[in-house]
Design a protein around this ligand. Structure first.
Ligand code: GAR
Length: 194
């Protein structure tokens, strides 16, 4: 009998806040046939609640100080040291420089709580409700040097009910995000083998 063991892509997740997408990725990554493992967590916010998921799962993490000039270099070194070959941005509220992107050279993907190219940037839910959109959802995409730009990997949507305020819209969107992130990873594994 031959056993084929999947070699999981060593992944680094970047967060700035709650880390619920990180939590979901860690959970999915425990399935034996899920294509990634979470091996490093990077944050620009030392008080990010999501750091707890690093601690309780014993995953190494790096807190960076974006006021220091060389912070991207610090990240690049940690990525190298931990043999990271994929970055997932999960609520990382900082733009990575062109230089960082070209020096990492491997794939970087992001999740955004709207149907891109609509509603790039911040305060997404407020703007969606203000515009009285009929539908919303989330997008997983590759990143490039422009904000919330880059090739779309996967998008999922739902219809916005009249009764939705920010909390309902956010809850609905984030529940869809967890599914979308994992499906997007399976999709890029299947079609590009990363
Ligand atoms: C997510 O909903 C993500 O789509 C959004 O931040 C949230 C982080 O939540 N990202 C952006 O708005 C990026 N432009 P989490 O920390 O609970 O995963």
């Amino acid at each position: 009998i031959k056993f084929f063991e999947m070699v999981k892509k060593k992944t680094c997740v970047f967060i700035s806040g709650k880390g619920s997408n990180l939590r979901s990725l860690i959970k999915f990554s425990r399935n034996y046939n899920f294509p990634i493992s979470v091996n490093l967590i990077v944050t620009n916010n030392r008080n990010a609640k999501g750091l707890n998921y690093a601690k309780i799962n014993s995953i190494p993490y790096l807190i960076i100080d974006v006021k220091k000039r060389n912070y991207e270099l610090k990240i690049l070194n940690a990525l190298k040291k931990n043999k990271i070959s994929l970055i997932c941005l999960a609520g990382f509220m900082k733009i990575l420089s062109k230089k960082f992107i070209s020096e990492f050279r491997k794939k970087i993907i992001n999740i955004h709580p709207s149907l891109l190219p609509k509603f790039k940037g911040l305060n997404t839910y407020e703007r969606i409700l203000k515009k009285k959109e009929k539908r919303s959802g989330c997008t997983v995409h590759y990143i490039d040097e422009k904000l919330d730009n880059g090739k779309i990997i996967l998008q999922k949507f739902f219809f916005i009910q009249d009764r939705y305020g920010i909390n309902e819209l956010k809850e609905k969107t984030q529940n869809l995000e967890y599914k979308s992130f994992s499906e997007a990873l399976i999709k890029i594994y299947r079609y590009t083998n990363f």
